[in-house]
Design a protein around this ligand. Structure first.
Ligand SMILES: [Fe+2]
Ligand SMILES: [Fe+2]
Length: 190
């Protein structure tokens, strides 16, 4: 039975109710009755996050291979490391979509349209670094907004995005430092 809701504290369900409830609707997997988000909307949002991360893997991988010129070795290694971390994000987001009962969309058709960040078209090292910095800043803005959107309605998705956001902030910082090292400007042009 439901307990009276205290005015001061959030409602806590007793263990027996939690256990009973968990045994019902098993086909819903991780989506239990306390899930306060709209599952379909969450899946749709996460499909766009998934596309963003896939595009980031592709862009960094291409840059890691294509980067050339004086002192490009360190930069290539940095691009390759980021590509690996973006691939981890791809997996995390795909797993989350699956947990929520969705099917992760890996279809290459329409990938860049679903993604928030772009694949890019840089043809030199500094342009590559700039493109990556811009893509990271787009992801950071997007994920910060999503973290606020999910709030307490879906703490699982929010926490995952918080973990990803921290890595994207590190990526942006790395790209910023590389840009300073290669161009000498302290910040992006306004
Ligand atoms: Fe990422
Ligand atoms: Fe990133």
């Amino acid at each position: 039975m439901a307990q009276p809701v205290s005015k001061m504290k959030p409602f806590l369900t007793d263990v027996k109710t939690l256990r009973d409830r968990a045994r019902q609707h098993l086909t819903d997997g991780a989506v239990t009755s306390t899930y306060q988000g709209d599952v379909d909307t969450t899946i749709e949002i996460l499909q766009s996050v998934l596309a963003t991360e896939i595009v980031c893997v592709l862009r960094y991988t291409m840059h890691a291979v294509a980067a050339a010129g004086i002192s490009s070795e360190g930069v290539k290694a940095e691009f390759a490391e980021h590509a690996k971390e973006e691939a981890q994000h791809v997996n995390q987001v795909a797993e989350r979509i699956n947990q929520l009962g969705g099917k992760p969309n890996f279809n290459p058709a329409g990938l860049e349209t679903r993604s928030a960040s772009e694949y890019g078209k840089a043809d030199n090292l500094v342009e590559m670094i700039k493109e990556n910095l811009i893509a990271e800043r787009i992801a950071i803005d997007h994920y910060r907004e999503l973290i606020r959107y999910f709030g307490n309605d879906d703490p699982g998705t929010r926490t995952m995005l918080e973990g990803i956001l921290i890595v994207e902030e590190e990526h942006a910082n790395d790209m910023h430092d590389l840009l300073v090292a290669h161009e000498g400007h302290p910040m992006l042009e306004k």
